[in-house]
Ligand binder design. Structure first.
Ligand code: ADP
Ligand code: MG
Length: 501
C-alpha cells in the first residue's frame, strides 16, 4: 500500500540539549528524499524517532495525513516503516545464525516457528535473498552471523528490511561498507522500490550517490532544516548550508609554514576499487590537512599508512625507502603513529591512571628486562600534562575522571611526547571543546615545525583551517585539490568538496 510520510514540528532533547529544533518535511509515495548534515546535525536522532526507537519527542508524525503513534520499533514496522540503522550492531543479533538473523522478525512474531528445522530456515532465507540477487549458500546461512564480513552484514540488514515489503524505507548510510558493485545492485533495488511507490528516506554523505538517487534533499544543521532542494541540486549551496558559516576565520594559519623535505611519498594510490588513482607527497615541517565528508576515504588512507589495511593499489615510500607495513608494529617501529577516530577503542580504559594510559603504547620503551621503569613513566606523564595543559589533579588520576577534551589531550599527547616522524590524526578534535582543540592543534604544529610530518584527517572544515598549513580535498577516494591555505579560501575548499564525479 502506498503511503506518504509527514514530519511536523518535531523537537527532541537529551537533557537540556535540544538536538532537533522543529523539523518539518514530507515524503510522497515513490519519492526519495535525502537527509544531509554534518556529524551531530541530528540525522540519526530523527531516524530513531521515525523508526519507533525514541518515543519521547514533541511534534507529530503523519502517515497518509493521519497522525500516527507508535511506541516501539515493532509497531513502526507493523505500519510499514522499515529502518536500516547506521550502526550495524543495532540490527545484527549476535549468537544467531545468518538465516535466523534474516528471519528474526518473523520468528519473533511467530510467523515462523522457533522450532523450525534449519532446512526450513535456509529455504525461507533463500527466498528473501533472491530479492537482492544474493546467492549465499547453505553453509553461510547456517553459520554464526558473526562470521559474516561487515559488507555482508549490511546486505543482510537490507534484505531483512526489504523482506517486509515496507511502505516507507529509511536507510541510514547504507553504502558505507559496500563495494561499487554492491552499491550498484542496491541502487537498482531502490529504483524499483520507488517505481512501486515506496517512500524512501536516504541518509548518505556521498554526494554522487545522492545526486543519482534523490528527488529532493533536506539539509540539516544543528537540529534545524537549513534548506530543501529539488533536482537539479546545487551542491555548493548545499554544502554551505550544511557546514554553516565559519566563526573563526581570524584563526586561520597566521604562521603558515611550507615544509621542504618529503617524508612520505604515495604513488598511484587507489582507495576504493574502481576508484581513481593519484599520487601525493607529504612533507615534514608542515601540517597537512585532509578534508572530506564522511566516507570520502580518509580513514581508509590513514589505516593504510598505519599498516592496518592495504591500499587497493599503489606504492608508498617513507624517508626514501619502500614502505610496506604489515601491521601497526611496522609503522610504530618507523615512528609512524596513528591516533584513531575511535577514542574509546583506542584506549580510554576505565580506572586507568593518566600515566598508565599515556605509556600504554610504549611499554617496551620504558621497561627493561620485563620491569617497568615507573619513574620514567611518571616523568613522561608529567611532561605531557604540562605541555598540553591537561586539567587534572595528578598524573595518578584516572583517565575516565577527565572531561572529554582532557581525555583527548591525553590520547593525543601520549604520542606527541614520543619521537614520531609522521603523526596521523584521524578526527582528533571530535567531541573536543574549542580550547582543547587549540592546544592540541598547537602541539601538532610544534611537532611538525621540528621537521616531522603530520596529517590531520577531518570532515570539519574549520578544524582544518585552524590547524593545517596545507589542505587536501578528498571526494569519493579521489583528490580534488592540494594547496596551501593561503592560496585558497573556505569557499573554494567547499566548492572542491562539492565536486560530484
Ligand atoms: P547525526 O546522526 O546527524 O550525526 P545524531 O542524531 O547522532 O547526529 O546526534 C545529534 C546530537 O545529539 C549530537 O550532539 C549528539 O551528541 C546528541 N545525541 C545523540 N544521541 C544522544 C543520546 N543518546 N544521548 C545524548 N545525546 C545524544
Ligand atoms: Mg548519524
Amino acid at each position: 500500500m502506498k503511503k506518504s510520510l509527514e514530519i511536523r514540528s518535531v523537537r527532541k532533547s537529551f537533557g537540556s540539549n535540544e538536538v532537533l529544533k522543529g523539523i518539518s518535511f514530507r515524503i510522497e509515495p515513490g519519492e526519495i528524499v535525502s537527509l544531509l548534515g554534518a556529524n551531530g546535525a541530528g540525522k540519526s536522532t530523527l531516524i530513531k524517532i521515525l523508526s519507533g526507537a525514541y518515543t519521547e519527542f514533541e511534534g507529530e508524525i503523519l502517515i497518509n495525513d493521519q497522525p500516527a503513534k507508535f511506541n516501539s520499533p515493532l509497531q513502526a514496522r507493523s505500519i510499514g516503516i522499515e529502518t536500516v540503522h547506521q550502526k550495524i550492531n543495532e540490527g545484527i543479533i549476535p549468537g544467531l545464525t545468518v538465516a535466523e538473523n534474516l528471519l528474526f522478525d518473523r520468528i519473533a512474531l511467530g510467523e515462523i516457528s522457533r522450532f523450525a528445522t534449519p532446512a526450513k530456515l535456509v529455504r525461507e532465507s533463500k527466498e528473501i535473498l533472491k530479492e537482492l540477487d544474493l546467492d549465499w549458500n547453505e553453509s553461510i546461512l547456517k553459520d554464526d552471523v558473526f562470521n559474516l564480513g561487515i559488507a555482508d552484514q549490511q546486505l543482510l540488514l537490507l534484505a531483512r528490511a526489504l523482506s517486509h515489503n515496507p511502505s516507507l524505507l529509511i536507510l541510514d548510510e547504507p553504502t558505507s561498507a559496500l563495494s561499487n558493485l554492491e552499491v550498484a545492485r542496491l541502487f537498482k533495488i531502490i529504483q524499483r522500490l520507488r517505481t512501486d511507490g515506496v517512500a524512501i528516506l536516504y541518509v548518505s554523505h556521498r554526494l554522487g550517490e545522492i545526486d543519482e538517487l534523490a528527488d529532493r534533499i533536506v539539509v540539516l544543521r544543528d537540529g534545524v532544516i537549513q534548506a530543501i532542494q529539488s533536482k537539479p541540486f546545487n551542491w555548493e549551496d548545499a554544502l554551505h548550508e550544511m557546514l554553516g558559516i565559519s566563526l573563526n576565520d581570524a584563526q586561520v594559519a597566521q604562521d603558515e609554514q611550507r615544509g621542504a623535505s618529503v617524508v612520505l611519498s604515495i604513488k598511484d594510490a587507489q582507495i576504493f576499487s574502481e576508484g581513481k588513482q593519484w599520487s601525493l607527497d607529504i612533507r615534514g615541517g608542515e601540517v597537512t590537512g585532509v578534508i572530506g565528508l564522511l566516507g570520502a576515504g580518509k580513514t581508509e588512507l590513514a589505516r593504510a599508512l598505519y599498516g592496518v589495511d592495504k591500499l587497493k593499489s599503489g606504492t608508498i615510500e617513507f624517508l626514501g625507502e619502500s614502505y610496506r607495513p604489515k601491521s601497526p608494529i611496522d609503522a610504530i617501529k618507523k615512528g609512524i603513529f596513528l591516533i584513531s577516530e575511535d577514542r574509546a577503542r583506542d584506549g580510554v580504559l576505565e580506572g586507568w591512571s593518566i600515566a598508565n594510559t599515556a605509556s600504554l603504547p610504549f611499554l617496551k620503551k620504558i621497561s627493561s628486562g620485563g620491569l617497568m621503569n615507573f619513574s620514567k613513566e611518571t616523568d613522561l606523564a608529567k611532561q605531557m600534562i604540562e605541555r598540553l595543559n591537561v586539567i587534572t589533579q595528578s598524573h595518578r588520576s584516572t583517565v575516565d575522571s577527565l572531561s572529554g577534551g582532557n581525555q583527548q589531550k591525553v590520547m593525543v599527547g601520549r604520542w606527541l611526547i614520543q619521537d614520531s616522524r609522521l603523526l596521523l590524526l584521524d578526527e582528533p578534535f571530535r567531541g573536543v571543546d574549542i580550547g582543547a582543540r587549540r592546544e592540541i592543534a598547537k602541539q601538532i604544529r610544534d611537532l611538525a615545525r621540528e621537521g616531522n610530518g603530520a596529517i590531520i584527517f577531518s570532515s570539519d572544515i574549520d578544524e582544518i583551517l585552524e590547524s593545517a598549513d596545507r589542505v587536501i580535498v578528498m571526494v569519493d577516494g579521489d583528490i580534488k585539490y592540494d594547496g596551501y591555505l593561503s592560496n585558497t579560501s573556505r569557499n573554494e575548499i567547499i566548492k572542491k568538496m562539492s565536486e560530484v564525479a
